[in-house]
Design a protein around this ligand. Structure first.
Ligand SMILES: [Zn+2]
Length: 257
């Protein structure tokens, strides 16, 4: 995969930092968290406040957070992130948070439970984060990125989203958690790179993708480069990169065959 390498580079490219590559209960990596160009965070299940610092990235530079769904391994560190950024970087531009319906209320519930009503109210007042709730099919600018949300099928009790981000003419997709549904196929067809969940390597995984389904996607969309994450075990998958915690990838434009 020459277009996605681990070297530093310049020119038209996206930097993808893997903060957490582990599935919810796997124990082989932090939970979900992916930083794009140091300013847009995809999911917040990992302890992002410390992991960003370990990679030399600052919470002050973070402009937006995009949440795929409200399960703990994708969402539960968001109150800590919002509070840490507010406390440490007073005067920073308000954080823009995009998530599925229910995000604002759930963030408020978690924040109050985590820090108490008084402190959480101060955080929200001083940090003034803007929470937007998107559904599949919506698109629009998010900072320097053009973003589109895709409805994917994961939990029967939650609206779950995948996303397409485009900048510098490079389109990066993120599956969130999903089954092999129409939404993930549509997303895979619409991007140059797909950060795709692969929860199991050895057997079907209920409400998730497993290796055979991911291999089917890789074969069906040969123009798309796959980066596999949300892992429970590590095994090579032909045609894909395996994510690992702390991995930095520079995604470059893909020349047509
Ligand atoms: Zn998950």
């Amino acid at each position: 995969m020459s277009e996605a390498d681990r070297a530093e580079g310049d020119g038209a490219s996206l930097e993808l930092a893997i903060l957490g590559s582990g599935a919810a209960f796997s124990g082989i990596g932090h939970n979900a968290g992916y930083l794009v160009d140091g300013e847009l965070l995809l999911d917040c299940g990992a302890p992002v406040t410390s992991l960003m610092g370990q990679l030399g990235r600052s919470l002050a530079d973070l402009k937006s957070v995009v949440i795929s769904h409200l399960h703990a391994d994708h969402f539960f560190h968001l109150p800590l992130l919002v509070a840490a950024r507010t406390v440490r970087y007073q005067g920073a531009d308000p954080l823009r948070i995009v998530g599925p319906p229910g995000t604002a209320q759930q963030l408020d519930t978690l924040g109050r439970m985590a820090f108490g009503d008084h402190f959480w109210a101060e955080v929200m007042e001083q940090g003034t984060p803007a929470v937007e709730e998107w559904r599949g099919g919506r698109s629009g600018p998010l900072g320097a990125f053009q973003m589109q949300a895709f409805e994917v099928e994961h939990s029967s009790q939650l609206e779950c989203l995948g996303f397409r981000l485009e900048r510098h003419g490079i389109a990066l997709g993120y599956s969130g958690d999903t089954t092999l549904c129409p939404g993930i196929r549509e997303l895979a067809a619409a991007v140059n790179y797909l950060l795709c969940e692969c929860t199991s390597m050895s057997a079907p995984a209920p409400i998730h993708l497993w290796r055979a389904e991911v291999e089917e996607l890789i074969q069906a969309y040969p123009a798309t480069r796959f980066i596999l994450t949300h892992l429970s075990e590590r095994a090579p998958v032909k045609g894909a990169i395996l994510a690992s915690d702390g991995l930095l990838l520079r995604l470059r434009p893909i020349a047509p065959d």
